[in-house]
Design a protein around this ligand. Structure first.
Ligand code: FE2
Ligand code: FE2
Length: 281
């Protein structure tokens, strides 16, 4: 089973960059062309699909994604989206219209149960899971007892040491993490928001914050007074591969890189089989 995890697309109206310098739409187009080359079972998108949640941005997003992939797309909003416009524009995607208030839903990818959560707080950059959303999660996990689960949401339930990101976290993640621990088979929590690959662990659960697809990654600094800056690093996404109970997450980057070159080893390579080193007799 192969799943692509995309996040933080920040699509703008046609022809306009984000933050004045980030060609988000072009990078999303390249990412989707690349992602379409894998035999995917699903694509999961964890928020900030657009930069400002404008109808014309969702129209551009639909132009870039709809009809480009043969597998289902499971998405939730981020702090740069607007829930109601998101719901209207993307209501044809699975799960989006399942709940009248929040954009949260469950889906099955083979034997894997996917739970998508809405961590958005309108008019705020941080996220939270209120009592109603935690109740939804608790029920969804109870319904998936004994099954492997993946959760997707925008705000990562982890602190990073990057001050600008830790200022807008998923607030009060403890009850969320406690529900995961009680279930015991949540294999991964997929998120974005921090615009940098960051991983942590909570019990048996891998917590992943993916890179921003367009490549505007947060400055890596642990200075507690550092303001929010980004660098244009390679954009990317994760490919999750599930083989039995084994789940791996492999980072894929988007860009023009020389290659492919064969791993042609030298005669002196110490890992050569002894018989090869001796050569034909
Ligand atoms: Fe973002
Ligand atoms: Fe965000």
């Amino acid at each position: 089973m192969l799943i692509a995890h995309l996040t933080d697309l920040h699509v703008r109206p046609f022809g306009k960059p984000a933050n004045r310098v980030v060609e988000t739409n072009l990078m999303v187009e390249r990412a989707i062309r690349q992602v379409a080359g894998f035999a995917l079972d699903a694509v999961i998108i964890t928020g900030d699909l657009t930069e400002n949640g404008l109808p014309e941005e969702y129209a551009e997003l639909r132009r870039l994604l709809d009809g480009r992939l043969t597998c289902p797309i499971y998405a939730v909003p981020g702090n740069h989206d607007r829930r109601e416009i998101f719901r209207t524009a993307l209501g044809h995607w699975p799960g989006i219209g399942d709940h009248p208030d929040f954009i949260h839903y469950i889906a099955d990818i083979g034997d894997l149960r996917l739970i998508m959560l809405d961590s958005v707080v309108p008019h705020a950059g941080h996220g939270e899971l209120c009592a109603r959303r935690l109740d939804f999660l608790e029920r969804a996990l109870a319904d998936a007892a004994g099954r492997d689960v993946i959760i997707g949401l925008h705000h990562p339930p982890l602190l990073t040491g990057i001050a600008a990101m830790d200022a807008i976290p998923l607030r009060s993640p403890e009850p969320f993490l406690a529900l995961l621990a009680r279930h015991g088979r949540v294999r991964a929590v997929l998120s974005g928001h921090h615009h940098r690959v960051i991983m942590a662990q909570s019990g048996p659960t891998m917590l992943i914050a993916g890179p921003a697809i367009p490549g505007h990654q947060s400055e890596l600094t642990f200075d507690p007074a550092a303001p929010a800056y980004f660098y244009l690093e390679p954009g990317g996404y994760f490919i999750l591969r599930r083989d039995g109970a084994h789940l791996t997450a492999t980072l894929a980057t988007i860009g023009d890189f020389p290659g492919p070159y064969p791993f042609a080893v030298d005669a002196d390579y110490p890992g050569r089989k002894k018989s090869d080193q001796e050569g034909p007799t």
